[in-house]
Design a binder for this molecule. Structure first.
Ligand code: UD1
Ligand code: MG
Length: 454
């Protein structure tokens, strides 16, 4: 039996989140919880994945539009059994795995074993033993130790409430079993809902063995109902990532103070100081050092580069041996050749900075190309926007731009040229020329300052 359908329940409202956003769209490590579940599902190579939606259905369809999934709409939330039933007619003839959109840390490994046990005579149930089982359905076993029923907290007697083995909600069975059992569910229980959990008793009655498995760690099956649980799982996840990075040879100043919201790939001997956030796809080459409190998004930083504290880098490719920051802001389209330097309070955007060129202080360089060994003085601005359109600035090799220069684009500054400080350059500058636009200095000797009236 090789065919596999996965059903992900995601129709609930998540009242306790107190949010306009549907619960399963709240993000963990920058990604919606339900997307984590979908990524785990995909790793099992199912033939079809169904997401049961209800509350915030339109938002879910939109947020999950890049996934190959089928949506089943549960207009009214009448219980987990009723939710699965909405996908029933779309199921194939093989195995079915049921997952929850608000249980984001579940690992593929914990599901493989569960699925392997499923056939016409067996079903799989993922359980977890908890010190405090309050709120969970309890696993009832018979004298032989077989699971024969799940009793919900609200329906349990005192003896059942003392059971510590809990239902994670995650289970697997054949499509035929599910199609037999779901129509038999009743809502005669404390919550007036169609409980999916009642299929366990049906299986036992038919003599179908309920094979149980437990996840490697209990946190894998922890669900999110409120903001505090959300934050807790975020920290757990970030710590897992931090430990993976350290195993790969990354030095972290403090594994509790790093946030990775996407994929961070590091070469050997990378050092990351405290409070850094990495978003999207970030690659750090060998020996890169990142100072405290940097935010780096969708960027590649070449080997032996140093990024000093409080730098914000997005959509940038730095070739290597670069020095960036402190307090640099590199915006999308920034490309730094080897040994280029971008210092404090410098903003770049769509800028190609040539090998060994320096923009050390307080500048804006946008829509520009700088050749090799260009020196951009403090306070230089590329005036790239005329109020309607953007224009380019081109600066040749070895040019020296004096401090406080305004380069009014479109403009070309020739190689080896020098711009005097305080100039406003609106015309192209010839190679090796000196251009200066400021007025000549006027001097009145022995100038008497005005004095205060008596
Ligand atoms: C359920 C289980 C309980 C288990 C617990 C684990 C049942 C009856 N109970 O209880 O045994 O210990 O999960 O967390 O299954 N959902 C829908 N449509 C509905 C109802 C729920 O899509 O009509 C979705 C929710 O969005 C959620 C999941 O199903 O993702 C679980 O629903 P929830 O109401 O949280 O069930 P619990 O009472 O926690
Ligand atoms: Mg729940």
């Amino acid at each position: 039996m090789h065919e596999l359908d996965i059903v992900i329940l995601a129709a609930g409202k998540g009242t306790r989140m107190r949010s306009q956003t549907p619960k399963v769209l709240h993000t963990l490590a920058g990604k919606p919880m339900v997307q984590h579940v979908l990524d785990t599902a995909v790793a099992l190579r199912p033939d079809r994945t169904h997401v049961v939606i209800g509350h915030g259905a339109a938002q879910l369809r939109e947020a999950l539009s890049e996934n190959t999934v089928q949506f089943a709409v549960q207009a009214e939330q009448k219980g987990t059994g009723h939710a699965v039933a909405q996908a029933l007619e779309h199921l194939g003839s093989g195995k079915v795995l049921i997952l929850y959109g608000d249980v984001p840390l579940l690992q593929r490994e914990s599901l493989v074993e569960l699925l392997a046990q499923v056939d016409d005579q067996h079903m799989g149930l993922l359980t977890v033993t908890l010190e405090n089982p309050t709120g969970y359905g309890r696993i009832v076993r018979n004298g032989a130790g077989d699971a024969v029923a799940i009793v919900e907290q609200k329906d349990a007697d005192n003896e059942q409430l003392a059971i510590n083995e809990c239902n994670t909600g995650i289970m697997a069975m054949t499509s035929a079993q599910l199609k037999r059992w779901l129509p038999q569910l009743s809502s005669e229980n404390a919550q007036g809902e169609y409980y999916l959990t009642d299929v366990i008793a049906m299986a036992a009655e038919e003599g179908i063995k309920v094979c149980t498995a437990q996840p490697a760690t209990a946190v894998e099956v922890e669900g999110v109902n409120n903001r505090a649980q959300m934050a807790r799982l975020e920290r757990v996840y970030q710590q897992q990532l931090a430990h993976q990075l350290m195993e790969q040879g990354v030095a972290l100043a403090d594994p509790l103070r790093i946030d990775v919201r996407g994929k961070l790939t590091c070469g050997h001997d990378v050092f990351i100081d405290i409070g850094c956030v990495f978003e999207g796809n970030v690659e750090l080459g060998e020996g890169v050092r990142i100072g405290p409190y940097c935010v780096i998004k969708n960027s590649t930083i070449g080997a032996e580069s140093v990024i000093e504290t409080h730098s914000v880098i997005d959509g940038t490719v730095a070739a290597g041996l670069n020095q960036i920051g402190p307090f640099a802001r590199l915006r999308p389209g920034t490309r730094l050749a080897v040994k280029a330097k971008v210092g404090n309070f410098v903003e770049t955007k769509n800028a190609d900075v040539g090998e060994g060129s320096k923009i050390n202080h307080l500048s804006y360089v946008g829509d520009a190309r700088l050749g090799r060994d260009v020196n951009v003085g403090a306070g230089t601005i590329t005036c790239n926007y005329d109020g309607a359109n953007k224009h380019r600035t081109d600066i040749g090799d070895n040019a020296f731009i004096g401090s406080n220069t305004a380069l009014v684009a479109p403009v070309t500054v020739g190689k080896g040229s020098t711009i005097g400080a305080g100039s406003t350059i609106a015309k192209d500058v010839t190679d090796y020329a000196l251009a200066v636009t400021r007025c000549r200095q006027l001097e009145k000797t022995d100038w008497e300052r005005p004095a205060k009236r008596k």
